[in-house]
Design a protein around this ligand. Structure first.
Ligand code: F0G
Length: 360
């Protein structure tokens, strides 16, 4: 029987940075690319969803973390540190534990989803809640790694980008070529940097046998209240219900702009309302449950459709970055903001049938 072996082993020939490192893996990658029939019809294109919530800790971060922790292990590291809005901490903590390392995570006080917090604590990370936002946490994490014997595993660590670029290879492997347009949420801007690197390398014989004939336009979306790249300046007090991407000064800002320019793409903002609408639409029409930040790519697709900017029949991939169970509370709110509560019935099939409209 065959089992997916994780991104380092599956793409060893395209990850020279990892050569000779012990492989620390939880079987990440190999996530489904799902043809989204309803969204396709809605926008008049061929839309596919790259469902990154299906990674071992429930987000795309695992692709980068297998690489970062494997290289840290090769270097003999005993401890790692990261700043996080939640998913990076859950992932770093899991891979560090797998490798027998300790992990410290710096998170913004009170602004990380409960699912993510629980994950990091469950696998034994030391969690430090910082009286500040993500950008402050990253500043502290960088200083810690500079002055003490701990390895920084945020996406400023090149191994993270290297691992995360494998998502582009998987898309190409399934579609047979790169899509025309690739949409994704943008926070600290590591992922758009990684996808763009992957797509470029896939067409370049200097990086192995080319597997694609073209590169897609990269369309990135920030949350309106945390959209420094769109606004052209850092945002001091970023705010959005999409806590995953609540970031005011992205570390990979320049790389994200390079991806936009080189790919002929764009980086734009979507409001919290647009994010929540997209979040509901994705689960109620496609059956795909994601955390709000993930739905920024879908909100971006809908926004571009409203503007008439989706080329008819274009082949489109939207990455949805994290699982809905990370931050499930949003599913229990209706569009008007009211609470959705289950209907209560007695132990009785006829009452159930009545509620289901099968009995009058
Ligand atoms: N989507 C989710 C679910 C995320 O957790 C993140 C980033 C992003 C999108 C944005 O990706 O930063 O590469 O542009 N989360 C980081 C964290 C910041 O700490 O978990 P990016």
């Amino acid at each position: 029987a065959h089992q997916w072996r994780g991104v380092i082993r599956e793409y060893a020939d395209r990850l020279p940075m990892l050569a000779g490192a012990p492989v620390v893996t939880l079987g990440e990658g190999g996530t489904p690319l799902i043809h989204a029939e309803h969204l396709s019809e809605l926008v008049g294109a061929e839309v596919h969803i790259k469902y990154e919530g299906m990674n071992p800790t429930g987000s795309f971060k695992d692709r980068g973390m297998t690489a970062a922790i494997s290289l840290a292990a090769k270097a003999g590291a005993k401890a790692v540190v990261c700043a996080s809005t939640g998913n990076t901490s859950a992932s770093a903590a899991a891979y560090a534990t797998k490798a027998g390392m300790t992990c410290a995570v710096l998170v913004p006080d009170g602004r990380i989803a409960l699912g993510k917090l629980s994950q990091a604590i469950a696998v034994g990370a030391t969690l430090l809640q910082v009286d500040g936002n993500f950008d402050d946490c990253l500043t502290v994490a960088r200083k810690l790694a500079e002055s003490y014997p701990v390895e920084l595993v945020n996406s400023v660590n090149p191994a993270r980008i290297e691992g995360q670029k494998t998502a582009a290879f998987e898309v190409i492997d399934v579609l047979g070529d790169a899509p025309d347009i690739h949409l994704l949420p943008v926070g600290n801007a590591g992922n758009i940097t990684a996808y763009w690197k992957g797509y470029r390398e896939a067409t370049d014989s200097a990086h192995g046998t080319p597997i694609a004939t073209k590169t897609p336009a990269m369309w990135g979306f920030q949350a309106e209240g945390a959209a420094p790249i769109v606004k052209g300046h850092p945002v001091d007090d970023p705010d959005t219900i999409a806590t995953a991407i609540r970031i005011g000064n992205p570390a990979s800002w320049q790389q994200a702009e390079a991806a936009r320019e080189q790919s002929g793409g764009l980086i734009d903002a979507v409001t919290d309302e647009q994010i929540l609408t997209a979040h509901r639409l994705l689960s109620s029409t496609e059956g795909i449950f994601v955390e709000p930040g993930s739905a920024a790519s879908i909100a971006g697709l809908l926004l571009q459709h409203e503007r008439g900017a989706i080329p008819a029949g274009a082949r489109i991939v939207c990455t949805v970055t994290g699982h809905g169970l990370k931050d499930p509370q949003w599913a229990l709110k209706a569009a008007d903001g009211s609470d959705i509560v289950p209907t209560q019935i007695s132990v009785d099939a006829v009452s159930a049938a009545r509620e289901l409209g099968l009995e009058s």
